[in-house]
Design a protein around this ligand. Structure first.
Ligand code: AKB
Length: 308
């Protein structure tokens, strides 16, 4: 049995669907802090900070694998730093401890490009390099990575992780990240043929289409344990682009589309993150391969959103 924490979120909603299609509807227990609609399998309302209830669910359903997707993202955590730290760290410890106690066999926990900072090499950022995050979210992800590696090395915990770039999907909206503009822009392009971007022209960030991100997550979890050489978190490169480039791609489909710029506090966060990422380690260790580029992703996003 598989448990997904944060199943109502941007990644969770798509991951639950894929896992249920693969393993069977009843084999995946979805949980979220609030009731989520259209559940096709077991669902529990769970505040992931409620350790007792989480443990009870793990026992009741005889859970073997947990995908822990609960977090406050970069922009939101800057507004509630203490709560961001508490939520992101305490929930990770609960899950790692369940694995340490032998109650579950495998853990997936996402890290982020937010672990990098102003002194990290900005282009083709290597797997092992300077990590000096400036946000609470980034600090929590970096600390989480160190703890994952510690639990793997010292307690034999099978924990696997990816440093997600900005994720772009059509099924649900992201909640409180710095890369959210790249999802919002598609919705606004279809609704009003214009978009006011909260990041400045020329701000390059690594992004990834959700289909690739979900496939990466499942492939990493299915890889043989001995091939997972990095137990902190794997770099994943994805697609690097600036707002004017995604706008130009959208314009090929919607010629009237216009982008304007009104950078806010998220600009500073974006400037502290890499523009592109080197993911050779993921390619070598578990065969990672990107399928969607900016062109293919834009075609798919606009086509699918148009039908919704
Ligand atoms: C965010 O913008 O906070 C997230 C991330 C890059 O982890 N999308």
């Amino acid at each position: 049995m598989i448990l997904v924490l944060g199943a109502g979120g941007q990644v969770g909603s798509e991951l639950v669907e894929k896992l249920r299609a693969k393993h069977g509807k009843d084999k995946v227990v979805a949980t979220d802090i609030r009731e989520t609609e259209n559940q096709e399998g077991p669902f529990e309302v769970l505040n992931a900070l409620d350790q007792e209830k989480l443990r009870e669910i793990v026992d009741r359903y005889k859970i073997e694998e947990i995908y822990h997707l609960v977090a406050l993202l970069s922009a939101t955590a800057e507004k509630q730093p203490e709560f961001g730290w508490k939520l992101n760290m305490e929930t990770l410890f609960t899950v790692l401890d369940l694995a340490k106690e032998g109650k579950i066999k495998k853990v997936f926990w996402p890290s982020s490009i937010a672990v990098f900072g102003p002194n990290t090499p900005r282009q083709e950022t290597p797997q092992h390099t300077v990590t000096d995050p400036t946000t609470v979210y980034g600090i929590s992800k970096l600390a989480g990575e160190r703890w994952c590696e510690y639990y793997a090395k010292n307690y034999g915990v099978d924990v696997r992780s990816i440093r997600y770039p900005g994720l772009i999907g059509y099924k649900s909206l992201p909640g409180g990240g710095t890369t959210d503009y790249a999802v919002d822009i598609y919705h606004k392009a279809l609704e009003s043929k214009s978009y006011e971007c909260f990041l400045q022209k020329g701000t390059y960030l690594p992004m990834m289409y959700m289909e690739d991100a979900i496939r990466a997550t499942i492939e990493l979890m299915e890889a043989p344990s001995e091939s997972i050489k990095i137990r902190s978190s794997y770099n994943l490169g994805g697609i690097s682009f600036a707002p004017e480039e995604i706008a130009a791609e959208i314009k090929k489909h919607i010629p009237e589309f216009e982008i304007t710029y009104a950078p806010d506090f998220r600009q500073k966060i974006a400037e502290s993150w890499p523009g592109s990422i080197n993911d050779t380690a993921a390619q070598q260790d578990w065969g990672w391969e990107l399928h969607f580029d900016l062109k293919k992703m834009t075609e798919d996003m606009l086509k699918t959103l148009n039908k919704v």
